[in-house]
Design a protein around this ligand. Sequence first.
Ligand SMILES: [Zn+2]
Length: 196
Amino acid sequence: MNIVQYPHPSLRYQARPVTRVDDALRSAASRMLGLMYEAKGVGLAATQVALPWRMFVYNPAADPSKPELERVILNPVILEKKGSLDESEGCLSFPGLYQKVRRAKAVKVRYHTLEGSMEELEVADFVSRIFQHETDHLSGILFVDKLGPIGRLSARPALARMEAEFREAQSRGEIAPDAELVRRIDEIASGGAVSP
Ligand SMILES: [Zn+2]
């Protein structure tokens, strides 16, 4: 498992609802937390590790020594949004790119836990931003889709560079062609094994 970078097609995948919590899912969640901490991130969505499930992990402290703050979120739904806040945002699939994104200041969310319970929660500010950013990922929506005209313009060179590097890696055979990458995710979604 590794964190995929833009424009890997998994980042545009429509993740499927989690219908069963089994050892494979628990193990995927724990590996995602490990990768997130390694990359010093605060959140990581399943589509960022080429898995097709509506699942993300987060820890607002980005600190593995604070496991009491880490959460595994399944099937998140944003029920209500309140207010708005412009803050700088980044993404582990876009290393080095930070742009201001307008998000709701507070959201009411509903999700399942790994233990199988359904929770409802109101979160604000930074954690609200994490929920919105990660829930977007599960619908194939990326933070660069949310930029205003100025942000879009200033992000353009970085995005063009990432696209060129990804396509070059594909032409060197280091990354599989898009169709093959999508086929692998589809296979996992249709009940195939989770890749190691
Ligand atoms: Zn992200």
